[in-house]
Structures are given as C-alpha cells and as structure tokens.
Design a protein around this ligand. Sequence first.
Ligand SMILES: Nc1ncnc2c1ncn2[C@@H]1O[C@H](COP(=O)(O)OP(=O)(O)OP(=O)(O)O)[C@@H](O)[C@H]1O
Length: 627
Amino acid sequence: MELDAKITGKKAQSESTNSSEVFASCSFSNLGLHPALCDQLKERLGFDAPTLVQAQAIPVVLSGRHVLVNAATGTGKTVAYLAPIIHMLQSYDERIERADGTFALVLVPTRELCMQVYEILQKLLHRFHWIVPGYIMGGENRGKEKARLRKAQSYAKHSASLIDVPGNPSYNYEIILLVFIWSVTILVATAGRLLDHLKNTSSFVHKNLRWIIFDEADRILELGYGKDIEEILGCLGTGNLKSGSKDISAVNSGVQKQNLLLSATLNDKVNHLANVSLENPVMIGLDDNMSGSRTRNFSFESNGVDIVKESRKTLDTSNEEYKLPTQLVQKYIKVPCGSRLVVLLSVLKHLFETGASQKVVLFFSTCDAVDFHYSLLGEFKWTALQTKTEVSQKFLGCKMLRLHGNMNQEDRKKTFQSFKTDKSALLFSTDVSARGLDFPKVRCIIQYDSPGEATEYVHRVGRTARLGEKGDSLLFLQPTELDYLKDLEKHGVVLTEYPLLKLLSSFPVYNMKQPASRFVSIEMHPLLIALQRALESFVATEPKISKLAKDAFSSWVRAYTAHRGELKQIFMVKKLHLGHVAKSFALKDQPSLVNRSIQKQLKKRKRNDQRNDKQKVKSKKRAIVKS
Ligand SMILES: Nc1ncnc2c1ncn2[C@@H]1O[C@H](COP(=O)(O)OP(=O)(O)OP(=O)(O)O)[C@@H](O)[C@H]1O
C-alpha cells in the first residue's frame, strides 16, 4: 500500500529491501544447527536462510554465553533464541523425559506474544516429540484449559503425587494443569501468572532449568513486572548445569546457566535486569546499526565474535538511536484537536478505497477509545461520498477487529488469529498489539493517539515493514504537540509531513459548491464540516454509542494527563480545549458529568505534583544537611 503515493502522484519508496540487507549469506546448518532442525525451519516455517540477527546470535547462544540482543523489529529474534536452544536440547545423550521438568523458560510481556512463541515452538519441535512445549498466561478460559489438559491427564494420573494439593477439591483440574505445565521442556509464560503458580505450588521441576529468556525485556519491566521477575529468579535459584548433559548430577559443575535478553529497544530498567540476570554477556546489535539497513558480510567461521560486542557494565540508553526498518515510510499528520476524528475517517476511507486489500493497525491510548471508534465505524453510514446511490452504505466497508486488555481471553484469541490470516482488515488496538506480534502483511500503522515514549513508537511501527517488506506509518499530532517530533529525532527517528489537504481534495464530494482545493484551513474544509455534523447527529441519536463516546472522552483525557517526564511538556493538559476534545469523540457538547470527573483527575494530578515537588525540596535539604 502506498499511503500518499496516489495523492502526491509520486511512486512510493522501494517495494522492499534487498535480501542481502536482511538475510545472511550462510545457511542454518553452517551455523551448527542439527540437520533435522534445519529441515523443520524450512518445511514448517519456510525459512531458507538465517536472517542477519539469527546468523549473529545462534553461534553465540550455542557457545553457552549469556546474550543481550538489540535488533530492529521484525528481524527474526524469536528463532534466534529458539533454534539454538532446541538444538542443544535434542543433542543430549539421554533423551529428555517429562519427569526431567523444564529446561527453558521464555518470559514475554503479553498473552498474544505468549501464544505466538508457543505456536512457533510447536512447529519447530515437530520432529522432536520428546521435547515438550507449553505455555502459561493470565486470563485463560477454564473450559478451554480443560480441553488442553485432557491430553495431559494420563501423565497427570501418574504424577499427581508430585503436587502440593490445596485443600479445595475444585483444584483438581488445576493440579493436572500444574503437572502438565511443570513437566514441559520449554515453557513460555507471562510473568504475573508464572509467579502466581510458582508461589502456589512447590512442584515446579526446575532442577534442570538452564535457560531463561526475556523476550521484549524492556516491556516486561515497563509493565511493572520488575519485582515479579526478581521473585521468579529468586524462586528458581541459580544452579548450574553442565553443557551437553541432562544429568542432574552435573549441576554445579561450574558451567553457567544461560540467560538471554532481547528487544528492539532497551531502556535503563534493562540495565538492572541485565545486571541481575546476565553474567558477562555478549551484546549483539549494540552501538551498531544492525537494522537491516546495511549489508553485513557475516562469515560463519568467525563464530559471530567479530560482530558482537563484549560485555559492558551498563548501557547508556538515554539518547539511544533506535533501529527501524529502512524501507518503512514514516509520516506525521498535523491536525487540530477538533478535526481529529473526521481526518482519521478520511484517511481510512482513502486507504481502504485505493488499495484492493489492506491490513492496517490503528493504535489508541485506551480500551474505551478502541471500543468507541470500533463501534462508531462499524455502524456509521454516510451518503455524501456516494455520488451514484442514495442508499446509505457503511462509511467504511472493510472488515474491522478490535484488541485490548479489557476483552475476555476468548475474544482476544479470536481477533489475534483472525487478523493473522485476514488479507484485508482494520485492527483497532491499544498497545497490547505493539510488542512482538507478527501479523503477516500489515501495510500501514496509524497512531491516532500518540505512543508516549519513543520506544513505544518504534514497536508500534514495527508491526509493519517486517523482514524487508514495505510498510507505511502515520502519526497523528496536534499543532501543540509537534515538539514530539524532536523527541523522536533524538533517537534517530525522522518523520515527514503527510499531505492532508491534497488527500481531502481527492475526494469527490457530492453537492459541493466550491472545489475543495480552495480551502487552506482544515477546520473550514466543507467535507470535514459536513462529516463532523453527520457524526455528531449519529452519535446523539445512538444512546449506546453516545455512552461509549463519553467514556472514551473521559479516559482519553485521563491518559493524556498520565504522560511522564519530558513528555508532560509536550502533551500539556492545560493546552487542551476540552470542547474540541469532545468534538473529536463526535460529542456536540462537553458533558458536564464527564467534565467534573476530569476536573477531579486534574486536581488530583496537581496535588500529586505539588506533593512530589515538596518531597524533592525536602530530600534536597536533607542531602545538603548530610553533606
Ligand atoms: N530466517 C528467516 N527466513 C524467513 N523468514 C523469517 C526468518 N526468521 C524470521 N522470519 C519471519 O520474520 C518475521 C519476524 O520475525 P520475529 O517475529 O521473530 O521478529 P522479531 O525480531 O522478534 O520482531 P519484534 O521485535 O517485533 O518482536 C516473522 O514473520 C518470521 O516468521
């Protein structure tokens, strides 16, 4: 898809990057992987050759060193850690048995990523049936879990004695679940649920645990799981296991356990996690552009050591240049607050009507905003853009899906699976989709609500332009928020402006007296004015959508007040005109009830700020007195 090629008449940037910028010039077997595993990579996943990051990481992981990988989104980090671990597990002299417990633990920030990694594992382990994959995550539906567990029941019958049985008989199926989980060889888990189980049963067989992998390490920490991770590491202990042997007696033979940390972005919190979990790690991708933007001649004979950095004590991530796919076309669109909604609708209409099939992810800051926009666009009809027919049709005819953390697990799974296979669809989502998710052929990312931290910008746009494919991204900014572009520039992320007026003039508007190209101000554009009116009347007459609009309005303002640090100076609540914000939710007026709750929120925020300032002054005084 070409976001603005049809408007500007220009040819969009190259279709995709040169394959030598993405793939290494060696094979998986050159990297030392078992032939049967190389076959699985080809047959089950369709991978002919390793990507650059895989070529760099696999030999290092095979060498047994702790590793920190920092490579661009969509460069193949998942297989970079799964393949060498599977290789080592299948190479044990004695085959692994279920009673040996878990050898590798993969920690991920979201349920969807958990499922995704598990699905890849299943494919890779097809020929290694004795290596058992499993997953554990929050929100699982009991009925479904039971079905999954039935498979494990026969084993559980023999092993139930291993479990600490809580008094409650309704725990029976939980027991089976735990036996099942604790006897998988490679366990993929979200941190919270894993810790929950670790605390409530002492039967996790981790005597052989050798690998802990933190996928999207920085996000796990940002979500507030830092403490959980430390507790998990504490629960699991730090025993050592001899390389090449599954023999428990080999524990404490002096060979380190191996931990791996991976992300396209690193932050200061990762320093801490790296310090507590990695010993003398090899750093891959740091201080170097490994985004696939430069051709790198990887020679497998080098065993990777000439292209990786030896460990440093800490990482300076404050002004880190983030690695983005070079073929990604990044634009921003400057829109006054009151026109945001109508501009969004115009952009979407353009996207879905100019391309035969599109896959677009639309990011919002809150679950309420997702629900409102999803319902609105699912039902809103408008004839003004349909010159030939008087019959109202849906404004947007594409398939629509939504994904956020307040949905039940079943619906989340359905959306996730559907958007993976859909050829053309619009996904309304919160940041729950921003990390690690690999939806094939996503052509455009629209960030309607700004992402906050630059890291989140990078991960959101990383859902497109994966592995050398082309992709576009569009960031909505109000005129007062343009400084955010400078913040992104500090991290090497540069955006150009989207030609909005040209887009608007490309619409054939029925009954318009003057050509749209004569209007220089967006707010005065007749198409937008007419569309805004239609939206407001629609919302006013639909009580369900009106309620969603009010809820979305309140939580949007709350989210706006939650920007931290330097971003507070860019996304300033006091610069918001709440009447214009209401307009962007198709509300004719700013409802007083909503306003009151926001005023409360703003006052609370002010009080907190004042309290923090006072505390800062106090601690400064204390520091002066001490010195
Ligand atoms: N060697 C390979 N050959 C072909 N395709 C590959 C190869 N390795 C990975 N891929 C594909 O590339 C895509 C991106 O891989 P993956 O999700 O592992 O990237 P990532 O670096 O973990 O991205 P993110 O940072 O967004 O999590 C996936 O669709 C995957 O199937």
